[in-house]
Design a protein around this ligand. Structure first.
Ligand SMILES: [Zn+2]
Ligand SMILES: [Zn+2]
Length: 342
């Protein structure tokens, strides 16, 4: 079978490798679609820890082709989404229920072979069923949606909350929708792209703003601004130093800032601790998808989340390397690898 292999930092190759064989508790899954994520680009550039050589791709959906001898919950022919993050269940963090913080965390597509391939191995406990009639490309949004769900859960958005979403990429546009579903009545999307601001409005943003405008913070929090006094919740989805630095100032007194965007490991920003203290801002990180993948699958299966406008292009495995090695194209939201396209 064909697989997109990270051989070393900065070195991706399309290789012919042996079709994997599932062990007793695993599924062999024929990949239908796998999203290209900013994390794949960080992995390529050595900005996110991994273990090459490995097949990349952690946002996949596909059809079960073969089941291990002990598998009971799945059968050949079923469509599944895989939760790529495999925790050990035994370490102190797992035993506290904080499985995303597992010290032995192994991720499909990062530490073990992933979904930019004709086939991927998925442990049964990481698989969640999707409907037969779902567009498989939509199924590939379960993983990023599960990560967004964790961020929205940590933010404790309530009915009537006000929310600012920084960044109009796939994460930002999923968070806008989740914030509305969680009951937020004001959702302000702040992103540079006019096209993404327009799309954000169709997906539930009640207002939008351009972070490049002079004094964007004043324009939002001033008495005649979009959210006078600031937002209950600010969710940073861009992974950009400038917006992380803006985020506390956009929160109201006692408000919450959630960091969901991924910045390169080692990058630094400037934050004013006195401001966090004086206005009692809660600043929290949100890492991957602890116990949220099933809910994400249900949200995708039910159609409660609109992912169709987030799909920018479908490409084959042979085009994946160029797409991962380069920044997303201007205006691109999500490129998806569909292995059977070639
Ligand atoms: Zn991802
Ligand atoms: Zn663990």
């Amino acid at each position: 079978m064909k697989a997109v292999r990270l051989e070393a930092t900065g070195e991706l190759r399309l290789r012919e490798i042996a079709k994997p064989v599932p062990d007793a508790r695993e599924l062999l899954v024929r990949v239908e679609a796998c999203g290209i994520c900013g994390t794949d680009r960080h992995l390529f550039h050595g900005e996110f820890p991994s273990k090459p050589p490995v097949t990349l791709g952690h946002e996949f959906t596909g059809i079960v082709e073969e089941v291990g001898a002990s598998v009971r919950g799945f059968a050949r022919g079923m469509r599944i989404t895989g939760d790529p993050n495999i925790s050990c269940g035994r370490c102190a963090e797992c035993q506290r229920g904080r499985v995303n913080l597992c010290v032995n965390l192994q991720a499909i597509g990062i530490h073990r072979d992933g979904g930019f391939a004709d086939y991927v191995i998925v442990p049964e406990k990481q698989a969640f069923a999707l409907p037969d009639d779902l567009d498989p490309v939509h199924g590939a949004f379960c993983e990023p949606l599960a990560c967004c769900l964790h961020g929205v859960d940590l933010a404790e958005i309530r009915t009537g909350s006000s929310v600012i979403v920084l960044g109009g990429g796939v994460i930002g546009l999923l968070v806008v929708q989740l914030a509305r579903l969680a009951g937020a009545t004001s959702v302000v999307l702040i992103t540079r792209s006019a096209e993404k601001r327009r799309l954000g409005k169709t997906l539930g943003a009640t207002a939008t703003a351009d972070p490049g405008d002079s004094d964007i913070v004043e324009r939002v929090i001033s008495q005649d601004g979009l959210l006078p006094g600031g937002a209950d919740v600010v969710i940073e989805c861009a992974g950009v130093a400038e917006t992380i630095e803006q985020a506390p100032a956009l929160a109201r007194r006692g408000g919450t800032v959630v960091i969901l965007g991924v910045m390169p490991q080692g990058a630094k920003v400037t934050i004013e601790p006195f401001d966090l203290l004086f206005r009692e801002i809660r600043l929290i990180g949100s890492f991957v998808n602890p116990f949220t993948h099933r809910r994400a699958a249900e949200l995708i299966a039910s159609g409660a989340i609109n992912v169709e406008p987030l799909i920018s292009r479908r490409i084959g495995l042979s085009e994946a390397i160029e797409a991962i090695a380069n920044p997303a194209r201007p205006g691109e939201i999500r490129a998806l690898v569909v292995p059977h396209l070639g």
